[in-house]
Ligand binder design. Structure first.
Ligand code: DHB
Length: 503
């Protein structure tokens, strides 16, 4: 069944995947000789030598187009790295699907290194797949050729933006389908895909994990000529996911409005926006119907206590590891505690804590995300994400659309907004949600409000999915850290799945 095991010995290259460009003036390039079959593709042997002398040999498959109708030749391919150990295994090696998306921009990445999570995954014996992903800034010219324009520079006449929402998640799903299509011929198992991403990439990882096989993406996948396969995954790793974009502005002001006086010097108009947005949040929060692990309803009335519990846990974990916790954090320690190590964390002064967070990194001005046209502000990354293929920007919340006076959220746009929010798919009765989740958000990360990851955790938890979640003490807006902890978790879920299967 696993043809690759034999191929490893011979490595006959039958055909390169470059294909023939039959693109016309409009529409996607058609690589009509493009194959989605991996056993026809070429690879090279490579080696990583780690700082401690450990050597990992692996095979690199690069520039493998994962859709038949390539809409953006600069991004519609994936790179796959297979450690030697996977060829002698049972063909069930897990696949670490790493997206390197940041800022909702297009991304591609080559070559695992000894210093990144991809190198670590190879060292741990996992197959690494890094798909290119379109983003708000990716574009092609009228002939369908990629155009790279420095950030902030105007696009050439007639350029088509290829990566407006929901393109990025469609690409990740297409990559998953490509892996399933090739499941029988590769040493890894497409039933063990573990997705990882940070920030916007963390959001996409969450979306991939939450929306498995949802038919709403089907028209987009069909247009790309994605393999006709399932696209659910085994596990999602999400560092500081920037999700729930259409409610993130209200969540942000609800949490941080109290710090306005100290942390931001707002104009009166901005203060009004901050207050108006904050006032919208309780109704949304209460509408989620979330429950704490003991069954208590999560509400706007008890949310600060709920949030505090995660922070107390984070601080205590840090103290247990002997991290120093300064008084300006608002954390109150029992200095008389006789246990080891460190003191017991008693309480947190939340006002003090939130001020501590925003003194370290200044807050975004309100609205934090959907700012386009509100008080004459320019577009955010998210406004560009929801814009169109001509490079325009769009509002994606009713609040900002009304304030900006220039934008309407029609049905088509609303559907694109819906397709970017993992919260919509958990428990929808249609999507196949990943069983395993690893979710981290830094305790001093103010890129989005703490409620965003906490609500994702809570909703997943309420619907019975396994989530390893914490607010990581003293971490800012970062990902792929504490790799010992991450890979311990990965090995645990892989082992549990293998045992369940063997029952
Ligand atoms: C990212 C950060 C943001 O603050 C944001 O609004 C969107 C994306 C990022 O780092 O990917």
């Amino acid at each position: 069944m696993k043809k690759f095991l034999t191929l490893f010995a011979v490595w006959v290259v039958l055909f390169s995947c470059a294909g023939t460009d039959k693109g016309g003036d409009n529409g996607p390039l058609v690589f009509d000789e493009l194959s989605l079959d991996m056993d026809k593709m070429t690879s090279v042997e490579k080696t990583l030598v780690f700082y401690d002398g450990a050597v990992v040999n692996y095979r690199a498959y690069e520039k493998i187009y994962y859709v038949k109708n390539v809409a953006d030749p600069a991004y519609h391919y994936l790179n796959m790295y297979i450690p030697e150990s996977a060829y002698t295994g049972n063909g069930e090696t897990s696949i670490f699907l790493w997206n390197t998306v940041g800022g909702y921009m297009a991304s591609r990445y080559q070559e695992p290194t000894v210093a990144d999570v991809a190198g670590r995954a190879l060292r741990e014996g996992f197959i690494v797949v890094i798909p290119g992903v379109r983003g708000w800034n990716s574009m092609v010219d009228q002939a369908g050729e990629p155009v790279a324009v420095p950030l902030g520079s105007p696009a050439p006449e007639g350029a088509v933006y290829t990566g407006r929402a929901p393109a990025a998640i469609v690409d990740l799903k297409a990559a998953v389908r490509f892996l399933r299509h090739n499941d029988a011929v590769m040493p890894g198992s497409a039933e063990r895909i573990i997705s990882d991403g940070t920030s916007a990439g963390g959001a996409l990882s969450a979306l991939l994990g939450a929306s498995g096989n949802n038919p709403a993406y089907e028209p987009y996948l069909r247009a790309l000529g994605a393999a006709e396969e399932r696209d659910d995954i085994f596990a999602a790793i999400c560092y500081c996911p920037i999700i729930d974009l259409e409610h993130a502005d209200m969540a942000y002001e609800w949490l941080y409005r109290g710090t306005n006086a100290q942390a931001r010097s707002l104009q009166p108009g901005e203060t009004a926006v901050s207050n108006e947005l904050a006032a919208l949040y309780p109704a949304y929060l209460d509408s989620l119907g979330l429950r704490m692990s003991d069954g208590t309803a999560v509400s706007s009335a008890n949310y600060m206590t709920y949030l505090k519990a995660f922070l107390l846990n984070s601080a205590q974990t840090a103290r247990n590891a002997d991290f120093d916790i300064p008084g300006e954090t608002g954390v109150i320690l029992n200095k008389n505690f006789q246990g080891t190590p460190g003191e017991l964390v008693l309480d947190i002064d939340m006002d003090k804590y939130l001020n501590y967070v925003v003194v370290r990194t200044p807050l975004k001005t309100p609205p934090a995300f959907d700012q386009f046209g509100v008080l004459n502000q320019g577009p955010s990354a998210e406004n560009r994400l929801f814009g169109g293929e001509k490079g325009d920007s769009a509002n994606f919340t009713t609040y900002s659309a009304e304030k900006s006076n220039s934008s309407v959220i029609d049905e088509a746009l609303q559907s694109r907004v819906d397709l970017m929010n993992p919260m919509n798919f958990i428990g929808d009765g249609v999507s196949r949600v990943a069983k395993n989740w690893y979710l981290r958000h830094g305790s001093v990360d103010r890129d989005t409000a703490f409620q965003i990851p906490i609500n994702l955790y809570t909703k997943l938890n309420n619907f019975g999915y396994d989530v390893d979640f914490r607010l990581t003490w003293n971490r800012g807006h970062q990902g792929d850290y504490d790799l010992d902890d991450l890979f311990m978790w990965i090995k645990k879920i892989v082992k549990a799945a293998a045992e369940t299967k063997n029952l």
